[in-house]
Ligand binder design. Sequence first.
Ligand code: F6R
Length: 614
Amino acid sequence: MCGIVGYIGDKNAYEIVINGLRRLEYRGYDSSGIALYNSELNVCKTKGKVEKLVKKAKKNISLEANIGIGHTRWATHGEPNNVNAHPLISNNGSLVIVHNGIIENYATIKNELIDKGYNFKSETDTEVLVNLIEYVQETENVKLGKAVQLALSQVVGAYAIAVFDKKKPDEIVVARLGSPLAIGIGESEMFIGSDVTPFLDFTRKVIYLDEGQVGVLRNHKETKFYEISNDSIISPNIETLELELSEIEKGGFDHFMLKEIHEQPKAIIDTLRGRLKLNKGIIKLSGIDNNLNKFTSANKITIIGCGTSWHAGLVGEYIFEKISRIPVEVEYASEFRYRDPIINPNDIVIAISQSGETADTLAAMKLAKEKGAFVFGICNVVGSSITRESNSGTYTHAGPEIGVASTKAFTTQITVLYLMALKIGKAKGIISNNVFNKYLAELNLIPEKIEKSLSFNNKIEEIADQIKDSTNCLYLGRGFNFPVALEGALKLKEISYIHAEGYPAAEMKHGPIALIDENMPTVVIATAKGHYEKVVSNIREIQSRKGKIIAIITEGDKDVKEIADYYIEIPETIESLTPLLTTIPLQLLSYHIAVKLGKNVDQPRNLAKSVTVE
Ligand code: F6R
């Protein structure tokens, strides 16, 4: 995920582009950059955040310009550094581009361009695109808009781009497919943004460029829009913005947490993209590919993490043991670092962290490395400390998570653990091709099944209304869904401040059952193939003590539906994949309870997004 900004008009382009980048920084902040034209092309870029760019730009380039584009990057191709930062310039030094998205066939195009004499400075797919546009422009002898259109018709992938030519600095060409792009229309000026926040201060008139469209934006002259595929001219809708800035930053959701809950289908698609190759029946995960022997010969895996990431690790324990038959221990990083853990040769330590900055996890990794373990990181934030400390690793690609309560990070961490376990299980010959392919097919369907689970939002809100005044709540699950019960309880605790406990369902009779009465609701995960009959017995035990039951059940369930006070259905899938679905209603339930209680959902008291102290 990246943010792009652009401006052409009579105002100072630098100020508008920089302020726009500040507002889009939630989209990624691995690097940032700006290109301005005023008798010469001035490009300034830097690894890191927009404020760093501001300092560098002030020292190094002229800030006077009426045309400019800018970018804040969440790295996909190439490590985040100054070279890979956008904007990127074409070989003849004339075209400059910013891009949000992924060009999937960039390697093929790059090789073709290399054969034609092009050279590349960065590792990015974007530099390939800008050179393809230049090549088309020169060989076809066409204007920039046409060159962009022809070049994009050769491209497979997702993009929102803004590009201009220093030889003709009176227009910016934009295009989109799969990534958002909004155009603000002012008096003799045009604004560009990945969302509307960069130009909300200047205009309320907006065009949301449609999929597969190109726009040639000019300040004083006619602006043109047409379809990439067939050249036909279009007249896009001009909409009037009525939203406030703060609302738009949350994408129209009331809270970042709700937005992030709803982003999970996309986050998982992004996590699977380029890795789960259904038609080839393979999983590509370079961190594992490059170390496959280590994993297939591992004696033991220790997973470390904190909070929600620790819960993802617990799901990982069940997955790895089932699919790849490797013994797994899951440790709180904060405990691991102060024990004297036994690490043997051939042991692997997997560190899980959304932020990549959690101090306990970082310290535990360092200890594991000192003891000779191979440390593998699963992380969401590109270039963070934990990614640097890992021997190898993989990103979750959930996109920035702003709400303090972790949601999409959890489900994408579990997704990565599935990919790892499946790849290793297949390489070890533990699972057959048939089973492997069945998992791939089901995993591929998870985003749409999450979408379906999200559609019960209103029903969950009604249930929240019924239980919001409870002071305690119990969460029960078994097998793969025991960690989900823990995570459900954590979500409720941290944002609603209601005391909640997660337990393996069968443990209830060893103590927690003493708490059950008519004032204590119990959330029970009762999936069809998850020790169903035994969980049904637990439900009956709770009900005979007047406890209220909120059941998470599989579509088609009859028994629990009849006896539970409230139920929420999830679509059917392989039992070991159910945590990706059962988690969704629990997130929504906590969210709605907290909102109804008037709590600060995105910034709960005493918590911080990235815990960099012990
Ligand atoms: C809970 C939550 C925290 C984090 C924990 C670890 O919703 O957000 O429990 O999961 O602080 O953080 P990371 O994953 O960044 O290491």
